[in-house]
Design a protein around this ligand. Structure first.
Ligand code: ATP
Ligand code: MG
Length: 138
């Protein structure tokens, strides 16, 4: 069972003023923040982060969007972190996300869907290390 996941509050949600609302849901769901920062991706760093999707038709659009404004990156800790966090954020497409999930509440489209959540234990470690040095994790 994993106990670490990685998240980003994406540019759409930051621009719309939802950092506080989203962090409140995350903390209320029992996640502990191990690392957190606000930063901005370039086209190049967004491309690297989402490299796994480089063959998908929406890759260019995804990188444009993810580099279009500030993001909040965080490493979160909780028992069963990967699965529980994906339940908390809801389906990729907010139209299909369950009531009360972060994407249902704050996302506007499948492309601009408010938050990222890691999909595996290995990727949570890789993604956390992409943004944070050892000195920034607590
Ligand atoms: P994330 O990895 O951001 O947590 P996810 O795991 O739910 O999202 P993925 O399949 O990994 O979904 O897709 C990564 C991101 O690419 C999505 O969150 C979304 O922003 C974008 N995306 C996925 N599918 C589409 C699509 N059909 N059209 C436009 N953008 C898409
Ligand atoms: Mg994903």
């Amino acid at each position: 069972m994993s106990n670490i996941t990685f998240t980003m509050i994406k540019p759409d949600a930051v621009k719309a003023g939802h950092i506080g609302g989203i962090l409140d849901k995350i903390c209320a769901a029992g996640f502990r923040i191990k690392a957190m920062k606000m930063t901005k991706l370039s086209m190049e760093t967004a491309g690297k982060f989402y490299e796994v999707h480089s063959a998908r038709p929406f890759y260019g659009e995804l990188c444009e969007f993810m580099s279009s404004g500030h993001i909040v990156a965080a490493i979160l800790e909780k028992d069963n972190a990967i699965a529980d966090f994906r339940t908390l954020i809801g389906a990729t497409n907010p139209a299909e996300a369950a009531e009360g999930t972060i994407r249902k509440m704050y996302a506007t489209s499948i492309g601009e869907n408010a938050v990222h959540g890691s999909d595996s234990d290995d990727n949570a470690i890789i993604e956390g290390n992409f943004f944070f040095s050892g000195l920034e994790k607590f």
